[in-house]
Design a binder for this molecule. Sequence first.
Ligand SMILES: [Mg+2]
Length: 272
Amino acid sequence: MTPTGPLLVASDLDRTLIYSAAALHLDVPDAEAPRLLCVEVYQGKPLSYLTERAAALLPELAARSVLVPTTTRTREQYRRIQLPGPPAPFAICANGGHLLVDGRTDHDWHRAVLARLDDACAPLAEVRDHLRRTSDPAWLLKERTAEDLFAYLVVDRSLLPQTWIKDLAAWAEPLGWAVSVQGRKVYAVPRPLTKSAAVAEVARRTGARRTLAAGDSLLDADLLLAADAGWRPGHGELADTGWTAPHITALPEVGVGAGERILDEALRRVGA
Ligand SMILES: [Mg+2]
């Protein structure tokens, strides 16, 4: 039987499709830089961008696939983003902890996630205590929890000792937690809280025949591994650690140009 159903495209957002000014990596003369569209404003200031060309490709891709924004952001942080094109019918927030259907929280999904976490890993409070005890005010800028699911720190990377990250990851591993460093943020996330589980749920509901994925960080590895094909940019944790998989293309582009390239590649795959 030939598989039917739509193609699902699950893409990470930050440093995969959208980029802060610090992450743009525009290594061309200013006069040749691509025109940018701001898609997120935070506290009255522009925060995230994509190229104008990427902004034109995005609605095309959404018209030819089920395009699922798949992010570690909280729902509140996600809702600040105004991607070009129609609103996404499905969006994944909090690293899979929340599924938005037509913009609204799917509470059944969230309850199922919480039940899964209860048995599988140490509680958030224990991890948070450890973060508070071991972090140093010399480099700690903010300490936060997200959706009561995981914790993250905003740090001064230039002062943060690499050994602290290593020690944290080693401490967290037997507790069932993973550590990811992205820009100025250090995340501690329960291992069973995955983007891929939420994407599988969207695939089930939409009857998708294949899933394409894109992402740049260690928290995207499971998303990429579970997909039929996908891409990772030339920057980010996955690139820095030399992460590869046979069905994932490591793109050479870094910065905002990688976002455009991912959309080009995905459009080619969906047959546009
Ligand atoms: Mg990312």
